[in-house]
Design a protein around this ligand. Structure first.
Ligand SMILES: Cc1ncc(COP(=O)(O)O)c(C=O)c1O
Length: 413
């Protein structure tokens, strides 16, 4: 039975069309279904709504402390200790305006011009963008969903130079959906520490993991690894709070933390993160567990459904994600049907397929274009499935005939 929280009728389409931006409902023509930005279509947990209302009714909305409300820091630290056995004192948590802002402030605090940072390819474009904004150079290390630690280390080692300063990881991985095991993380962290590298571990997706996989926080592996790691965490993916722009940096190295806080200007001019956003997070981590558990149950069924629908597309290969609510099929062969003369290595076949699906099926997806995820994403599509079954089914019912026609016209399939 479908839980009412995530039923077909739970999706507030009218409100989403007004309020959901970033390639989603509010930025699409009314007849287009967006399975684009990874942002859920469901309302947030009632406990969060109620705590925000209560706080506003009290009527005091003064400046908060620069590093975050003490209750926010303690509530997030307790969440980290109880959900992933991370040694996390409250003072290790620094509130930021989002996970994206957390990544940016770590980059500003930790990198200077000429520094090189190893990042996975593909990965969300904000890694590359943020490193470049800090004046440093992102160095892409090609990754695949099944890559073991030895292969990853060999690839990273091949790009290691005297200018390499950091390794940035994304776990669970957007867009591949890979969830890294304890052993994988341990081997990679030991390699990085052995080369004197610091690590940024983006764990914004870490509550969206499907059994039998389990999220392991890099910083939970050992105090030594924790000292060389900053964990970036957020509340957009797990608790659907993207519009509140709130996240955090977790660092157990007091010196590094001081540099991060200084780089944020929180103590000098900015004075911290919106208190309402922090109140929402406190409610989420203290009272939102049942909502999150239901959300995950819904997502797992959606994942299986979308993988099954994609498996019927000729010439398409797909790895069902172990975590995240995005799926990343390879459509390179199929997309060549769009143009008989197309060269499969042109790199923009996924963009052309996206445009074709948007025009003929009225479904918007994210192409695996280098500008979104790096060159390693070419030939893929990214599909977000954090919506209702009805919407997902409609989207595939619209896309299937378009795909079938394309496959029939494609001599190579
Ligand atoms: C890997 C990764 N990191 C960071 C973010 C940004 O999250 P936030 O909304 O908290 O800025 C995203 C959002 O898609 C993401 O996928």
């Amino acid at each position: 039975m479908t839980n009412a929280l995530f039923s077909d009728d739970a999706v507030p389409l009218g409100l989403l069309r007004e309020r959901a931006f970033n390639l989603r409902w509010a930025q699409q023509p009314p007849d287009v279904i967006p399975l684009t930005a990874a942002d859920p279509d469901f309302p947030v947990a009632t406990a969060i709504q109620e705590q925000i209302i209560r706080y506003v009714r009290d009527g005091v909305l003064s400046y908060g402390p620069s590093e975050g409300l003490p209750q926010f820091r303690e509530a997030v630290a307790e969440w980290m200790r109880s959900t992933r056995q991370m040694e996390c004192p409250a003072e290790a948590v620094f509130a930021t305006d989002s996970a994206a802002a957390a990544i940016a402030v770590v980059a500003r605090a930790s990198l200077t011009s000429g520094d090189e940072v190893l990042i996975p390819d593909p990965v969300d474009f904000l890694f590359q963008h943020t490193i470049e904004r800090a004046g440093a150079r992102p160095i892409q290390v090609r990754v695949t969903p099944a890559m073991d630690a030895e292969e990853f280390i060999a690839a990273a080692q091949a790009h290691f130079t005297p200018r390499t300063r950091m390794l940035w990881l994304c776990n669970p991985h957007n867009p591949l959906g890979a969830v890294y095991s304890r052993e994988w993380l341990k081997q990679v962290a030991e390699w990085a520490l052995g080369r004197g590298l610091r690590i940024l571990s983006d764990e914004v997706w870490s509550d969206i993991v499907y059994a039998p996989h389990r999220h392991v926080s890099l910083a939970s592996l050992s105090p030594e690894i924790a000292r060389s790691t900053v964990t970036v965490y957020g509340f957009s993916k797990n608790f659907a709070l993207a519009g509140l722009r709130v996240g955090c940096v977790i660092s157990t190295d007091p010196e590094w933390r001081k540099q991060i806080i200084a780089a944020s200007d929180a103590s000098s001019t900015v004075f911290g993160v919106s208190v309402l956003s922090q109140i929402a997070v406190i409610a989420a981590v203290r009272e939102g567990r049942p909502w999150l558990a239901e959300f995950l149950r819904h997502l797992e069924k959606q994942r299986d459904y979308v993988a099954e629908r994609l498996s019927q597309w000729p010439g398409v290969t797909v790895n069902p994600p172990q975590g995240t609510y995005v799926i990343f099929p390879c459509v390179r062969h199929l997309a060549c049907g769009l143009d008989a003369n197309a060269d499969e290595s042109s790199g923009n076949e996924a963009e052309r397929l996206c445009e074709h699906l948007r025009e003929h099926a009225r479904v918007a997806l994210v192409p695996g274009a280098p500008r979104w995820f790096g060159p390693g994403a070419s030939g893929h599509l990214r599909i977000s499935f954090a919506t209702s079954r009805r919407i997902l089914q409609q989207a595939f019912d619209r896309m299937d005939p378009v795909i079938k026609k394309l496959a029939a016209a494609n001599q190579r399939l």
